[in-house]
Design a protein around this ligand. Structure first.
Ligand code: SF4
Length: 279
């Protein structure tokens, strides 16, 4: 495929995702180009100069998530509803741009009650810091942003929360009660989350920024309490030092993540895609 053809494909795919997000019914190669297109949008945002370009990238990626959901309806009946917060008692992680976006949202949305919200997050962090997922679930410690069993930052919640959707509240309750169950999430949500995360990983890798995920209570607390946290992180400082983080997993997972990123970056920058070799 010539450079010109690759450019045309990228331009066309950017048009598709701007209008309707991912098209999960499209051919596999079209879906790949839609993720490449999202990667390019995020690369352009992160390549800017603004001090809020990380949170701007998260906002755009969340828009991509929501537009994609809207245009790829699922046949399943979703049982999630306001007032049901079983999953908000699990360990949640988010990438740094999502944490900064959420922190900025909290500053704006809770201008008049900022200290109260900060105290809630601090208390939640004190309860949950250092606990692994299993321990956290056993203690039923809620997310610091869960108020009256509803998410108080719904519009700015990270992709892990957006994607955790259930077709069986009964299963969620069993999990909350300590049974070893898997939340039944329709494929539409997991596929869109995969596209969202891959595009964000690749854009961060292109900008030479870390793409790990951080435990949410502690990371939001750090983002809210550290002066100029986003600018400093963009300048290379590890403002989340000491926060529990999840990388790519073991060496094999890390190698796959690198190959995924290499392909997305190559496509986004108009270069030939390296062959896919997950081995
Ligand atoms: S951010 Fe919102 S949706 Fe996510 S765990 Fe916290 S309260 Fe629940």
């Amino acid at each position: 495929v010539s450079r010109q053809e690759r450019r045309a494909r990228l331009k066309e795919s950017i048009g598709v995702i701007a209008k309707r997000g991912m098209n999960l019914s499209a051919a596999r190669s079209d879906r790949l180009w839609q993720v490449i297109a999202c990667t390019r949008l995020l690369i352009d945002i992160l390549g800017g100069k603004g001090p809020a370009r990380a949170s701007d990238a998260a906002r755009r990626a969340h828009e991509f998530f929501e537009t994609s959901l809207k245009h790829n309806p699922s046949d399943h009946k979703i049982e999630c509803a306001k007032g049901c917060g079983f999953c908000c008692h699990l360990r949640v992680t988010a990438m740094a741009p999502e944490v900064f976006y959420l922190a900025n949202h909290i500053r704006r949305a809770f201008k008049d009650s900022f200290e109260t919200v900060l105290a809630r997050i601090r208390a939640a962090d004190a309860d949950s810091r250092g606990l692994n997922g299993r321990e956290r679930a056993k203690h039923h410690f809620p997310c610091g942003l869960l108020i009256d069993n509803a998410c108080s930052v719904y519009a700015a919640r990270p992709s892990s929360c957006r994607a955790l959707t259930s077709i069986s509240v009964e299963t969620c309750k069993l999990g909350y009660d300590g049974e070893d169950v898997e939340v039944m999430t329709p494929a539409v949500w997991t596929e869109i989350r995969g596209a969202h995360n891959q595009a964000m990983w690749a854009a961060l890798a292109h900008a030479e920024l870390p793409s790990e995920s951080y435990e949410l209570n502690h990371a939001v607390l750090v983002a809210l309490q550290t002066p100029e946290a986003e600018s400093r992180w963009l300048a290379g400082e590890d403002v989340f030092a000491g926060v529990d983080r999840e990388g790519a997993g073991d060496a094999a997972d890390a190698a796959i993540k690198r190959r995924v990123c290499d392909r997305l970056i190559a496509g986004a920058m108009g270069r030939e895609l390296p062959p896919w070799d997950p081995a």
